[in-house]
Design a protein around this ligand. Structure first.
Ligand SMILES: *[C@@H]1O[C@H](CO)[C@@H](O)[C@H](O)[C@H]1NC(C)=O
Ligand SMILES: *[C@@H]1O[C@H](CO)[C@@H](O)[C@H](O)[C@H]1NC(C)=O
Ligand SMILES: *[C@@H]1O[C@H](CO)[C@@H](O)[C@H](O)[C@H]1NC(C)=O
Ligand SMILES: *[C@@H]1O[C@H](CO)[C@@H](O)[C@H](O)[C@H]1NC(C)=O
Length: 346
């Protein structure tokens, strides 16, 4: 570059700088002569920040850990506000304050959806951007009672008692084992079945049992201090015995429909029919009984009375096999149904 050109450039730069200073000086003079300024501290509400990690603390299904790292433009000793509510509620005011960049929120409700937000602490409520709100569903309470507990029956060559239940929460989280306890009346012994840990939520256990056996059954998780279901007493139907007998009444024409489920037929029993006993009223004495015979597991009965008692049994065609009678069910034409006290003649 030529020396004269360089000198020219330098001069030009100085001139420009000088010109700017002049303009500023002029501007200052104008402001000074026309206005007076006062300083008002306008509070700037803090803004929510991104939560980089959210998870449920191992072993504690109702403790949530939030982590928001260190956002670079923020000072190292910043104080943060933590907002959280159940999913349907508004994130109105912070519940926790910390100078850490992570927080552990414990004692939440189990099996519940919560939402979370984090902001820098400041004046006024934070402006929470919906994109910064994170949510999570807490896990099952590991000691809570299983749900939908049922005991049923599956007729087979070796009869099966079906024990069914669901986890207390569909979002089980950490694998959970179960214990079935079945007190057997005939032996006065407990049958204990342990179920391996699983995150499944629906369970069915087929317990091989003997005809006519009676059990008091309950289920709990295998977690220390767990709370079992109510005890359900179940009587296994006898050999060839019909089960799940149901009665529906029709008030208009005074008729009853009696129907039931069919027993398992072993190969050596060729065919069966059903004997339906109908007693007038609820006095179950042989003298008061009328017997009806049907082939299909349903019968319609129409009498003159208001109330009747019904029992059913199966009989093989060759009359070699007779099942026990089912328990006495009392029904009236208004549809009221009850079980008569345990029948002593069985
Ligand atoms: C911050 O973190 C430390 C160590 O991780 C912990 O001991 C402390 O309780 C935390 N403080 C708050 C307010 O969460
Ligand atoms: C967990 O379940 C147990 C047993 O039902 C109950 O006593 C306890 O209160 C439950 N805990 C919570 C936090 O809900
Ligand atoms: C009584 O009425 C119901 C329906 O209204 C019918 O299904 C049933 O067959 C009737 N029973 C008799 C015995 O008439
Ligand atoms: C039931 O019927 C029998 C025979 O008819 C009778 O001796 C008995 O007293 C009746 N019982 C009741 C509770 O009505």
């Amino acid at each position: 570059m030529h020396v004269s050109t360089m000198v020219f450039l330098l001069t030009a730069k100085i001139e420009i700088v000088l010109t700017l200073i002049n303009v500023i000086a002029v501007a200052d003079e104008i402001i000074d002569t026309t206005t007076t300024t006062t300083t008002i501290a306008v509070p700037v509400p803090p803004k929510s920040i991104d939560i980089s990690r959210i998870f449920i603390s191992p072993g504690l299904g109702n403790t949530v850990k939030l982590d928001w790292g260190t956002p670079l433009p923020i000072q190292p000793d910043t104080t943060y506000w933590i907002y959280y509510e159940k999913d349907d509620d508004e994130l109105t005011s912070p519940k926790l304050t910390t100078t850490n960049t992570s927080v552990l929120i414990s004692d939440l409700e189990f099996c519940t959806k919560y939402k979370f937000a984090v902001s820098v602490a400041g004046d006024g409520n934070a402006h929470i951007n919906q994109n910064n709100v994170r949510s999570i569903v807490t896990f099952a309470n590991r000691t809570a009672t299983p749900k939908d507990f049922r005991v049923g029956y599956e007729p087979r060559e070796v009869p099966c008692m079906l024990v069914e239940w669901s986890a207390s929460c569909p979002n089980v989280g950490q694998a959970l084992g179960y214990v079935i306890s079945a007190f057997q009346h005939s032996t006065s012994k407990y049958v204990i079945v342990t179920f391996p840990a699983s995150t499944r939520s629906d369970f069915t256990y087929r317990m091989k049992v003997a005809h006519g056996d009676k059990f008091d059954v309950k289920v709990s998780t295998n977690f220390p201090g767990s709370k079992p279901t109510d005890t359900m007493t179940f009587k296994v139907p006898g050999f060839l015995q019909p089960y799940n007998v149901k009665i529906s009444a029709n008030e208009e024409n005074g008729s009853f429909m009696i129907y039931w489920q069919e027993p398992y037929l072993p190969y050596y029993v060729d065919r069966i029919f059903y004997e339906v006993r109908v007693y007038k009223g609820s006095n179950v004495t042989a003298a008061a009984a009328e017997n009806y015979y049907v082939i299909r597991p349903v019968m319609v009965y129409k009498g003159e009375g208001i109330e009747y008692t019904f029992r059913v049994r199966a009989v093989s065609y060759d009359r070699q096999f007779w099942s026990p009678l089912t328990d006495s069910i009392v029904a009236n034409i208004y549809g009221e149904i009850r079980l008569l006290e345990e029948d002593k003649r069985k």
